[in-house]
Design a protein around this ligand. Structure first.
Ligand code: BJ8
Length: 384
């Protein structure tokens, strides 16, 4: 079993969440507005412009599942059940401290779950068009962005100016660039950082509520790692390099991401919502802010969009840029949209890019760990 290279001050994702509870409590007590969010489609710039802090309500952990299954069907994605379970039991302090919930109609399970959340707390649901390209898709989505602005204004009794939104766009674009540059350290060969660290830092950073400090931290860590690469790694042999694709992996970091590295490969990049999926694409700072926000978020290449050609394009570019030797797709149990894309993605990776592909369907339990280890081990051998 290989040891994973981690910085001395490394904080695990569950620990980072725990630390964030206290930070959020202090923010709330200082009178700060808090908006709970779920998805990469959330236009965070509007929440920022309302002088509110967006906080992710995507929960992890098996403990949150049984309470959710009292209401939701068992054969639903674990991300949805864990998030709902955490909210209804008040075990999720992020939900507890949120003034309102901001959600989008992505997959069927999530949108039905939002109906239940709406009974507990004010829940604004943005209707996403089912595709990015259909006639009227952008106009419709833009009207949803405008509706969100109105609802935030009414809910908080404030006015959100165009200038405030433009300011938020600039700050979030700077944050995107800092995150993207940090990810790109993984493209160095051999990689000087662990994919386990990468996944942990990026998901934990959702709870770094001071964006300026977050940018500063990421820039510092990127510089340290780049220097480390030149001093210690450049020119040395590399372990097999894995690119992760599919559903968000923050709930299976230990079960899948860490295991890949313990079993002898490097996770170098993420083509998912724990990766640069939306970070590589900035909001246009030269346009009317609402149009620019609508255009940017509609371009996100999630499997809930039909068709979703952007995923293959991004995957292809990332395979080249991150010099991947194989792709491992993680599909959360009962996530139909990602599962339905598996066959297309497999053909693309194996036939067009000529590297091996493995798809793993899993949930937040530990019952399938042995089976996953066996499949990962065989796949890593295939790449070696
Ligand atoms: S933009 S990936 S964060 S929807 S895994 S809950 S799709 S059944 S998380 Fe996602 Fe937004 Fe897309 Fe990203 Fe449903 Fe699938 Fe569960 Fe999912």
């Amino acid at each position: 079993m290989s040891e994973i290279k981690l910085p001395q001050d490394f904080v695990s994702y569950p620990e980072a969440r725990k630390q964030a509870f206290m930070k959020l409590k202090a923010l709330k007590e200082s009178g700060r507005r808090v908006v709970g969010t779920f998805c990469t489609y959330t236009p965070q710039e509007l929440v920022d412009a309302a002088d509110a802090t967006p906080v992710s309500l995507c929960a992890i952990g098996e403990d949150n599942i049984p309470p959710a299954e009292k209401v939701l069907p068992k054969n639903l994605c674990p991300l949805i059940k864990a998030s709902f379970g955490g909210a209804v039991t008040d075990r999720c302090p992020f939900f507890y401290f949120s003034d309102m919930v901001l959600a989008e109609t992505t997959c069927d399970g999530k949108k039905k779950m939002y109906e239940y959340l709406g009974k507990i707390k004010h829940t604004h649901v943005m209707q996403l068009p089912p595709g990015q390209f259909g006639e009227g898709a952008l106009a419709f989505w833009k009207s949803e962005v405008e509706a969100l602005r109105k609802d935030l204004e009414q809910f908080y009794g404030i006015t959100i100016s165009d200038e405030k939104i433009a300011e938020a766009i600039k700050l979030r674009n700077r944050e995107r660039k800092a995150i993207l540059n940090y990810y790109k350290v993984g493209a160095l060969k051999p990689s000087p950082l662990s994919g386990y660290e990468l996944n942990t830092i990026i998901t934990s950073n959702e709870y770094a509520f001071d964006i300026e400090k977050k940018i500063e931290f990421l820039e510092k860590r990127t510089a340290e790692l780049t220097e480390k690469y030149h001093k210690e790694y450049e020119g040395k042999p590399s372990r097999p390099r894995v690119l992760i694709s599919g559903c968000p992996t923050h709930g299976v970091i230990d079960k899948v991401i860490k295991r890949i590295e313990e079993l002898g490969a490097d996770v170098v990049g993420f083509e998912n919502c724990c990766g640069p999926r939306e970070k590589a694409d900035l909001v246009d700072e030269t346009k009317d802010p609402i149009t620019a926000i609508a255009e940017k978020y509609l371009r996100i290449n999630c499997s809930v969009m039909s068709p979703n050609p952007g995923r293959l394009e991004t995957l292809g570019n990332m395979i080249d840029e991150y010099k991947a030797d194989g792709v491992i797709e993680v599909v959360l149990m009962a996530c139909h949209t990602f599962a339905a894309e598996t066959s297309t993605v497999k053909d693309f990776v194996t036939k067009e890019k000529g590297i091996p592909f493995l798809s793993i369907t899993t949930d937040y339990s530990t019952t399938d760990q042995g089976q996953i280890d066996t499949r990962l081990g065989a796949f890593i051998e295939l790449m070696s």
